[in-house]
Every structure is written in C-alpha cells, then in structure tokens.
Ligand binder design. Structure first.
Ligand SMILES: Nc1ncnc2c1ncn2[C@@H]1O[C@H](COP(=O)(O)OP(=O)(O)OP(=O)(O)O)[C@@H](O)[C@H]1O
Length: 317
C-alpha cells in the first residue's frame, strides 16, 4: 500500500537548512495499522505530508497504492482520509450534517453510497444527537467523531490519524479506538497513526515505527520493542514478616518497606518466584510488566536506539 524508499526532506538552504527526514525507508501492507512515534520535531508530520501529497520531498521514492502522491493528487486524495486531532475539516458554522453533505460533493460520493455510509457511521459513532449541531458547538469528543465520519465518507483505503484522541477523556478515547478497530477489521482500511498517546498504539497497532532526528530508529513489533528495550519485569513480594535481609540472589532489589519488597528480573518469572518463596514465608506475590510508556521514554531520552544506527540489522523488520 505504502512504499517509501530513501526519503529525504530538507527545509531551507545553506547553513540554515533543517533536515527534517533523512533516508527513511519503510513499507506498509494493505490492512495494516502502524503506529508512527517520535518526540516533537522528529519528522512525523513531514513524512505524513509527503504521503498525502502536500509536500514534494527533496529526494526519495514514494508510492501509495502505486501512485506518486504529489504527481496525481486528485486520484490520490480520493483514496485517502485524514483526521488531525488538533484541527477540524468541518465547517465551523454549519451543522455537521451539512458539512458532511458538502464533503459528499467535494469527493463526488454517489448519493446512495453516502446514505449507507452516513447511516453506518451514525450508528457506530453515535452521531445522531449532534448531526444538526454546528461544529463550533460540539464537545471535543463529538467533534472528533464527526471528523472521523467526514474522513471516511468517501470510502478511502488509507487513513492518516494524527493525535486522534488528544485531549479526550478515557471513555471518549476508547470509543474512537473501537471505531478505528472496526473500520480496519471490517473495511480493511489501512491506518497510519501518529500519536504521542501510547495507549492509542497499544490498543490499535501491532507494529510501530519510531523516528527521531529525522531518522527511522525502529520498525517492528510493539512486543519486540518491549522485549528488547523495556525495563526489567518486577516481582512484588509481601512476606509474612519483614525478612532479616530483603536481598535475594539473582534478583535486583528495587525497594524494601518492611515485609513489602520489590525485585526486578528479566525473562521468565518461575525461577525468581521460586527464589523468593524459598527466601522467607510469603503472603502474596505479583508480577508487573514494564509499561510501554516507560520504554518509549527511555528510548527518546537515552538515545537507546541511536547506538545501533548504521549497524547491520539495527532496524528489525
Ligand atoms: N515548513 C517547514 N519549514 C522549515 N522547517 C520545517 C518545516 N516543517 C517542519 N520543519 C522542521 O522539520 C523538523 C521535523 O518536523 P515535523 O513537523 O515533521 O516533526 P513532528 O515529528 O511531526 O513533530 P510534532 O510531534 O511536534 O508534530 C523540525 O525540526 C521542524 O522544525
């Protein structure tokens, strides 16, 4: 669906030039949901602008469904939808229904298909209560739902989602994620998701790409990222009584508060559990997984992946 080879994007010239994207290559198959992550200024929006045809890259080969986005914009935009959490495609003063109807004309969606799609999205996104409300009067969650419907009315194969849940409460976030899962599963829509919200990624994407300083640092399974770069797993023990020494050979002592002791370990939990239970009588044990948020923070802050750039096999596929 998406093929990107050696994409470079430089803004400006001479010593004031900014290299926004350097030698980025990846491909995305039809029907995939891929999370595209990176700290501010990493090059995510620039990549998306090239993919949507808004920006002609400095160099590199890019095709989306066999089309070069900036060469055949008309044909290209008919096949894609985009939702930007920070702004709306709806007309501010028009009732949602009228905005959607205008978009129907922009995209030349046949009336029958429009009605079908509108009915389906109204049900899935519960648009009914605010179809006659102008965009300016919608809550953020309602506006996002209306924007999702607007982006998908013409039946695109590819959806760009940029911060689709930013600023929403937990329930509203879940509703958006559920909808994205449904249109991916039922309509086979390919989704490229740029976000700072790792909850979105965890719930929606099995594959992540991480970009920083314009370079693609990681492209692979989310689980693999966790195994390779995640912190240690934790074993939380509550002993019957505070042990004379909380130290257990082979485990990292993280904290000890009387009978409650936290250990770090990697790999399977069976041996650490056996060691702790042999150490002193135990009342309770729980295993905690390192969270993805902490892993990604460590990657951004510590340049964990940078060290591997340029080595063969550094970017797992
Ligand atoms: N039109 C432009 N002119 C000059 N520099 C630009 C332009 N657009 C982006 N840049 C620069 O390119 C780099 C990458 O920016 P980009 O917007 O792609 O990052 P991002 O990963 O999307 O960040 P954010 O998460 O903040 O949206 C930044 O250094 C940015 O300042």
């Amino acid at each position: 669906m998406i093929e990107v080879q050696h994409l470079h994007q430089t803004f400006g010239r001479g010593h004031r030039a900014t290299v926004a994207v350097q030698d980025v290559s990846f491909s995305v198959a039809a029907g995939e949901v891929v999370g595209y992550l990176g700290p501010n200024g990493a090059g995510k929006s620039t990549t998306v602008k090239v993919l949507t045809g808004l920006l002609v890259p400095t160099s590199g080969r890019v095709t989306v469904g066999g089309v070069v986005p900036w060469r055949e914009r008309r044909r290209h935009v008919a096949r894609l939808g985009a939702v930007f959490g920070q702004r709306t495609t709806l007309w501010w003063d028009l009732p949602v229904r009228e905005s959607l109807d205008l978009l129907r004309h922009v995209y030349r969606v046949p009336a029958g298909r429009f009605r079908e799609n509108l009915a389906e999205f109204t049900a899935l996104l519960d648009l009914g209560p605010f179809l006659d409300t102008p965009a300016r009067a919608l809550s953020l969650g309602q506006r996002m739902r209306a924007d999702l419907a607007a982006a998908l009315l013409h039946g695109p194969e590819l959806l760009f989602l940029d911060e689709p849940t930013v600023g929403l409460d937990v329930v509203a976030k879940e509703r958006i994620r559920e909808f994205v899962r449904t249109i991916n599963a039922e309509r086979g829509v390919t989704v490229l998701l740029t976000t700072h919200d790792l909850g979105d990624v965890e719930r929606l994407a099995r594959r992540v790409m991480i970009i920083d300083g314009g370079r693609l640092l990681y492209d692979g399974a989310l689980g693999e990222l966790q195994t390779r770069y995640g912190g240690e797993r934790e074993l939380h023990a509550e002993y019957e009584h505070a042990p004379p020494s909380p130290e257990v050979p082979g485990l990292t002592l993280l904290s000890a508060d009387g009978p409650r002791v936290r250990y770090g370990f990697s790999g399977a939990a069976a041996l650490p559990i056996a060691r702790v239970t042999a150490h002193a009588p135990v009342r309770d044990l729980t295993v905690r997984e390192p969270d993805i948020e902490a892993t990604v923070r460590r990657i951004y802050e510590g340049g964990l992946l940078r060290r591997t750039v340029g080595q063969a096999g550094a970017v797992p596929r």
